[in-house]
Ligand binder design. Structure first.
Ligand code: IPM
Ligand code: MG
Length: 374
């Protein structure tokens, strides 16, 4: 067998460890059945890391993240850490990983599985068959722009500043990822910004337009103001293929897109760095879009599908195992088609299962699909 693939698992807080346990079970299945060998390391991130080490992620874990072929990330945060210093807050661990690994391209697919078309808060005809991607710029914009401060003005007032900042190269490289993705799909990119209010929006539109005219004329390109884009996402989401947007708008629009699929518990994501010209490899982190959901943590209520599908994206984007990723997606669809539902996607007549039962059912379907003659 070729070199084992090095995975760093960072389960984090809240429901993170529960959903990550299902990924471990899936990895066990892959190993036992001889499909692929993975070398697993585990580490702390977020609030649990703060409790143990006083920081949201340690230097040692950062080094292991750099060395791994891919990082699988659960979720971070919770009310327990609401009062820790800002720099050590759980989210800081995730943001440091994104920034220092250079993971500028965040791919968030929103796919509505046929069995879940009635779980969405929108009408079936609006979401049935939905298959779109939110492509979010992940290492720039207001998340990282400096200055980022709160200053005491001395007159009983304080002033908070965040800085929204984009350079040409940052827009160019994320635009290229968008056009490349679109070429392998329905060949359409919708770029979203706020050029009517923000200079970064003006530059964003200009640069995306230039990259398009220079390198990707064959791809259909539309521009939309981000607020109108949010409205169109709930009005008629099937008009989109790839939505290309900045860090903050992407954060918001991807939560909206998640609900189109039935539940936030369904949405996986991949965060990718630049392809290394020498090795052809890229740094990568895979995480579910849902958060740590402290209110349901430890109760077996969490939906493991977004985490399992995030592992599926690792198979596809880091390990060139598209066939296995397709099988996993089919196994998820099959478990849902059988009427199995975690509490977040429950519907009349469905069989409610817990986190572990859903994981086991999906692996059962995978086993069946992997061994059935095709
Ligand atoms: C996300 C999350 C993060 C973000 C938080 C946890 C920092 O909401 O990945 O969408 O805002 O990027
Ligand atoms: Mg978010």
């Amino acid at each position: 067998m070729p070199n084992p693939k090095k995975l760093l698992l960072l389960a984090g807080d809240g429901i993170g460890p529960e959903v990550m346990a299902e990924v471990k079970r899936l990895i066990g299945f892959f190993t036992q059945s001889g499909i692929a060998a993975f070398e697993i390391e585990e580490g702390l991130v977020g609030g649990c890391c703060y409790d143990a080490h006083g920081v949201a992620v340690t230097e040692a874990t950062m080094a292991r993240a750099h060395a791994a072929d891919a990082v699988l990330f659960g979720a971070v945060g919770g009310p327990k850490w609401d009062t820790v210093p800002y720099d050590a807050r759980p989210e800081a661990g995730l943001l440091r990983l994104r920034k220092e690994l250079g993971l500028f391209a965040n791919i968030r697919p929103a796919i509505c599985y046929p069995a879940l078309a009635d779980s969405s808060s929108l009408k079936r005809e609006v979401v049935e068959g939905l298959d779109i991607i939110i492509l979010r710029e992940l290492t720039g914009g207001v998340y990282f722009g400096e200055p980022k401060t709160i200053t005491d003005l001395g007159n009983g007032q304080k002033r908070a500043v965040d800085t929204q900042l984009y350079d040409t190269y940052e827009i160019e490289r994320i635009a290229r990822v968008g056009f490349e993705l679109a070429r392998r799909r329905r060949n359409k990119v919708t770029s979203m910004e706020k050029r009517n209010v923000m200079k970064t929006g003006v530059l964003w539109r200009e640069v995306v337009g230039e990259v398009h005219a220079r390198e990707y004329k064959d791809v259909e390109l539309d521009h939309m103001l981000a607020d109108a884009g949010g409205m169109q996402l709930v009005r008629w989401p099937k008009q989109f293929d790839v939505i290309l947007t900045d860090n903050l708008f992407g954060d918001i629009l991807s939560d909206i897109a998640a609900m189109l699929t039935g539940s936030l518990g369904m949405l996986p994501s991949a965060s990718l760095g630049e392809v290394d010209a020498k090795t052809g490899r890229r740094k990568a982190l895979y995480e579910p879009v849902h958060g740590s959901a402290p209110d349901i943590a430890g109760k077996g209520l969490a939906n493991p599908i977004a985490m399992l599908a995030s592992f599926g994206m690792a198979l596809r984007y880091s390990f060139n195992m598209g066939k296995e990723a397709d099988l996993l997606d089919a196994a998820i669809a099959a478990a849902l088609a059988k009427g199995l539902r975690t509490a977040d996607i429950k519907s009349p007549g469905a069989t409610i299962v817990n986190t572990g039962e859903m994981g086991a059912a999906i692996i059962g379907e995978l086993e069946r699909l992997a061994t059935s003659p095709r």
